[in-house]
Design a protein around this ligand. Structure first.
Ligand code: SAH
Length: 243
């Protein structure tokens, strides 16, 4: 074989290996059946058995690969009935809580939703299957970057991640049909109330030690507040003051 033939053959073999590698990865991602079984069990035992009824929420919880949103060392626990550490002292919420908060927003599919506290991006991915557009704010740069890349890689195209202070919301994109807050402020953030549409809902944990999950519906006259559940979220941290 001449040098040209050798180069051609080597090139062909390399391309064939690259192609095979990409195909194997795609196959593993599409057929991760042990994880799929665990996920469907999670939906039955932790979501449906505890009273979540909205079929769209059930479908979304069964579809988002939660194990892709946790650090490698937590993958085997991804479908457990608990929050899990995601680094920087933060956690991905318990699956039931994610489903419960999504159901409480009563989304139909045409909405524009704001999430405060992107964390791993998991809750945003679930929301992206329930609403038209999702905007999510994370105060910690490394978490925001990682979530942005992960959501892109997994194909959740209607989610936009911003590294910003959630207390300020996203005035440029307001008003929102729904707002969900996944870290607990001591009181209801008034700036977020202003960014909610009349008739829109905000679901958030509020409190310092003891926290309560609230659903607030903005009305013509002001707001209707419903107390849903006692909960425990990481605290929402005050952002840096801008000069
Ligand atoms: N929804 C996340 C759970 C996130 S935990 C998930 O599905 O994984 C709460 C997140 O809120 C943390 O990542 C924390 O850094 C973030 N956070 C806390 N205070 C914030 C603030 N003022 N603005 C934006 N994000 C904040």
């Amino acid at each position: 074989m001449g040098i040209q033939g050798f180069i051609r053959t080597s090139l062909f073999v390399s391309i064939a290996f690259l192609g095979l590698g990409a195909w194997c990865k795609a196959w593993v991602l599409a057929h991760d059946s042990p994880m799929l079984e665990e996920r469907l069990r999670m939906v039955r035992e932790q979501v449906q058995a505890r009273g979540i009824k909205d079929p769209r929420v059930i479908q979304a919880m069964g579809s988002v690969p939660r194990h892709r949103f946790v650090p490698d060392r937590e993958v085997s626990r991804a479908y457990q009935d608990s929050p899990l550490p995601i680094g920087y002292g933060q956690t991905i919420s318990q699956p039931f809580i994610v489903a419960y908060m999504c159901e409480a927003l009563e989304l139909k599919g045409h909405e524009k939703v704001l999430e405060i506290g992107t964390g791993s991006g998991y809750h945003a991915a679930v929301l992206s299957l329930l609403a038209k557009e999702v905007y999510t704010l994370e105060i910690l740069e490394p978490l925001a970057e990682a979530a942005k890349n992960r959501l892109k890689e997994l194909g959740y195209r209607n989610v936009k991640v911003f590294c910003k202070d959630g207390y300020k919301g996203l005035p440029d994109e307001a008003p929102f049909d729904g707002i969900v807050v996944t870290a607990a402020p001591p009181e209801i953030p008034q700036e977020l109330m202003k960014q909610l549409k009349i008739g829109g809902r905000m679901v958030l944990p509020v409190g310092k030690g003891e926290q309560e999950l609230l659903r607030i519906t903005r009305t013509d006259q002001g707001a209707k507040v419903e107390r849903l559940l006692p909960v425990r979220f990481v605290p929402m941290v005050p952002g840096k003051r801008e000069p």
